[in-house]
Ligand binder design. Structure first.
Ligand code: UDP
Length: 252
């Protein structure tokens, strides 16, 4: 690790210089934060699970023709990705009311929405990622109207894929957040799904019991977060052999 140049360190991941130009190595930490980093913890095994789960979702998206930054998983905690220019927006897709939407509108969590609803937050921790209308996004030049149309189309495809995959293993996709990056090929610019897709950035409820299998377990102190993420990985058949014991072990 020390040999690689660190490019950026966020709350849950670190980006290192990649082996080829235009690539980065994305390292998944065990750190969890909530409520704009007011609540923090280290949860052993979370990074390993999210690396695997994000690999699973991004690979599936690539295969159905939804472009992502994902190239390949390198090891338990690292994956090779395309370097992108991140659009400073959190793109949130909601199928059922929950979290900030339920609070803002006084809705009951779990109420089905008439159709998927997409909203945008401006990525700025100091401001607490405020919700922004499209008008702001275009006026401030974070994305053009054409970009936004493309982002909405991408987000809806990710939603259909994720909702379908989850439905297949008895899980309801309540909502999720994605980030979008730009890749330049000469004069040509493409938008791709970037960052991660994992239970850190989705709300996932068991269809039968309503049990929460996502980061709300940590946010709301509902139990063991690793157990919840392990259950998602197990159902999807991507359960890593050994989640917690990722430190080097001495062999005699
Ligand atoms: N989300 C995220 N990162 C954020 C904010 C939200 O991944 O910084 C995800 C969150 O896990 C949920 C969805 O986006 O799946 C909608 O979150 P919401 O706006 O309800 O915010 P919250 O209640 O999590 O503050």
């Amino acid at each position: 690790m020390a040999r690689r140049k660190k490019i950026y360190e966020g709350k849950a991941k670190i980006l290192y210089e990649g082996p080829q130009p235009g690539t980065l190595v994305q390292y998944f930490k065990d750190d969890a934060t909530a409520f704009n980093a007011e609540k923090k913890a280290t949860i052993e095994g979370k990074g390993v699970l999210n690396n695997r789960l994000s690999e699973f979702f991004m690979t599936g998206l690539n295969q159905i023709g939804v472009p992502t930054h994902f190239i390949e998983r390198i090891n338990m905690r690292e994956q090779l990705i395309r370097a992108v220019e991140i659009i400073p927006l959190e793109v949130i897709v909601r199928n059922y009311a929950a979290g900030s939407m339920a609070k803002r509108l006084g809705m009951e969590e779990g109420q089905q929405l008439p159709r998927p609803i997409i909203e945008f937050s401006y990525k700025d921790d100091a401001l607490g990622d405020p919700l922004v209308p499209e008008e702001y996004i275009i006026a401030f030049g974070w994305a053009s109207q054409q970009d936004l149309d493309d982002i909405v189309a991408l987000a809806l495809r990710v939603n259909d894929f994720m909702a379908g995959v989850m439905y297949g293993v008895g899980i309801k996709l309540i909502d999720f957040k994605i980030e979008i990056g730009r890749i330049y090929d000469g004069d040509f610019m493409r938008l791709v799904v970037a960052d991660e897709i994992s239970p850190d950035s989705c709300r996932l409820w068991d269809i039968k019991t309503g049990q929460k299998l996502d980061k709300d377990v940590f946010r709301r102190d509902l139990g063991n977060l690793t157990d919840a993420y392990t259950e998602v990985a197990r159902r999807l058949g991507v359960m890593p052999a050994n989640v917690t014991n990722t430190k080097p072990t001495l062999i005699n």
